[in-house]
Design a protein around this ligand. Structure first.
Ligand code: TYD
Ligand code: MG
Length: 453
């Protein structure tokens, strides 16, 4: 009988210890060490090409013939864009996201949409549940196969029988392999089952898409090593109370991580949003105070985003500052700049800031729109609906240049804006824009531009 060996793993970072300790000295977390039995066997569930038959030889770089990676079209424009042009053969993609955000929906929808033969393995839902979901999605693909199984040995048997072109696993935390005696979802099971799937993907050239749960901190559950092992890490995010969902690449060995996919969750599944600017700007009849529109860039995509601010006299002694979709520290900084450089007394005011549409913006070019929205609400003066803003605000109240300005101007022009306020230091090489470009250098100038009427 094979000897059973136990080791202690940190459930937070995956570090291994010979004996139990209270605190992991690698990630400094307390009470995360758990004993797991490991069955030491030089074996893995995927028994494809054995190492003896493989050609193990080092070759010179210039002897390797490189053709472009072969990509499989997912028939979903937004996913293709985030992946860098489609699923690369033999790649392993990990999709993370909060529970209920729509990971299973996205992948089932794509499995049903794709022209290739997809094996959708679910360890979370029953056949009937998947069928009901597929009925809601109203996309039929007779090539898509469904398997409800959690043991990797059985999954590989089914793969041998059906020979799919793409494998989807929902989710990696439910899988278990016979070669390890830990329960599903533990560090060693996740690591081992992922390793088996990666080996399978590399040896057969079949792309594998894994769904991963995330922890309450927002990281993918399981060891960090999981993210190192796979080729692509995607994050599906959004506010559960809003219908918009954003798909980002956190890591991509075959493309840029700057690309972004936008979806809308409808009762018939996820709709691809081709023109996000139109939905992110709320429709309004009259001129409202406290809103300003910013020309931002999310990845490579220009997005017109509406910033809403409400400034009111503080009821309690300490004024409240609250943000959704924007960094609160950055808001505090901008308020301090307004107070010190432009003389607005905001110290005793409550300030609430909201980015419309429930999305999060990191682009510094949104600064100027934030400042303008705050000023508009504070002074009860509305900003003309056909104006937009794109500039960073510095600590001394200077308006700073931003990247890819022409792309932003173009998007603003396309959407019918008449004026765009930019930094004077932004060089614009193309001259033939019909939109009026207003250049400012200091926050005081912005104030006079905004409220000159
Ligand atoms: P799901 O894909 O199960 O989330 P995850 O796998 O990330 O946990 O998504 C479930 C949510 O999506 C659920 O709250 C209902 C909603 N939904 C729709 O709004 N429309 C649909 O067509 C489907 C299938 C789900
Ligand atoms: Mg799910």
């Amino acid at each position: 009988m094979a000897k059973t060996k136990t080791t202690f793993f940190c459930q937070n970072c995956g570090a291994q210890f010979p004996k139990w300790v209270g605190k992991c000295n690698s990630c400094n977390e307390w009470n995360t060490i758990v004993e797991e039995i490991i069955h030491k066997e030089e074996n893995s569930a995927w028994k494809g090409a054995s190492s003896k038959t493989r050609n193990i030889k080092a070759v010179k770089l210039n002897e390797i013939t490189a053709t472009d990676e072969q990509r499989i079209n997912t028939c979903n424009h937004e996913l293709n864009r985030v992946l860098g042009g489609g699923l690369v053969k033999g790649s392993v993609v990990l999709l993370g996201g909060e529970p209920g955000i729509g990971k299973s929906t996205l992948l089932l929808q794509i499995a049903l949409l794709m022209k290739s033969k997809v094996l959708y393995v679910s360890g979370e839902e029953s056949m009937t549940q998947i069928k009901l979901r597929a009925d809601r999605l109203k996309t039929a693909n007779n090539k898509c196969l469904i398997l409800t199984e959690t043991k990797t040995q059985h999954i590989f048997n089914s793969i041998d029988e059906t020979i799919p072109e793409v494998v989807v696993i929902d989710s990696i935390q439910t899988l278990h392999t016979d070669y390890i005696e830990a329960s599903p979802g533990t560090i060693s099971q996740i690591r081992e089952t992922t390793a088996e799937l990666i080996k399978f993907a590399k040896e057969t050239g079949t792309p594998v898409v894994l769904i991963g749960h995330i922890t309450k901190e927002g990281n993918i559950a399981g060891p960090k090593i999981l993210e190192h092992m796979v080729d692509v890490v995607l994050q599906f995010e959004g506010d559960r109370n809003h219908t918009y969902r954003i798909l980002r690449a956190q890591k991509n060995r075959f493309g840029s991580t700057a690309e972004l996919g936008i979806y809308e969750m409808l009762h018939t599944g996820l709709r691809e949003v081709d023109n996000p600017s139109e939905i992110l700007i709320s429709e309004k009849d009259a001129d409202l105070t406290g809103t300003a529109i910013s020309a931002t860039l999310e990845g490579m995509r220009p997005l017109m985003i509406e910033v809403q601010a409400l400034v009111s006299t503080a009821v309690y002694g300490t004024p409240q500052r609250s943000c959704t979709g924007f960094n609160i520290k950055r808001l505090n900084m901008l308020l301090a700049v307004l107070e010190k450089r432009a003389g607005f007394k905001l110290g005793a005011k409550d300030v609430f800031l909201n980015i419309a549409g429930g999305i999060r913006v990191e682009d510094p070019a949104i600064d100027l729109a934030v400042v303008c929205a705050v000023l508009s609400s504070n002074n009860e003066l509305s900003i003309a609906q056909d104006s937009c803003f794109a500039a960073e605000v510095g600590l001394s109240g200077e308006i700073r240049a931003i990247s890819r300005v022409e792309q932003r101007i173009q998007e603003a022009e396309k959407l019918g804006f008449k004026k765009i306020v930019l930094s004077k230091f932004n060089k614009i090489s193309k001259k033939n824009f019909t939109i009026e470009i207003i250049k400012v250098t200091k926050i005081e100038e912005v104030v006079s531009v905004l409220f000159k009427a």
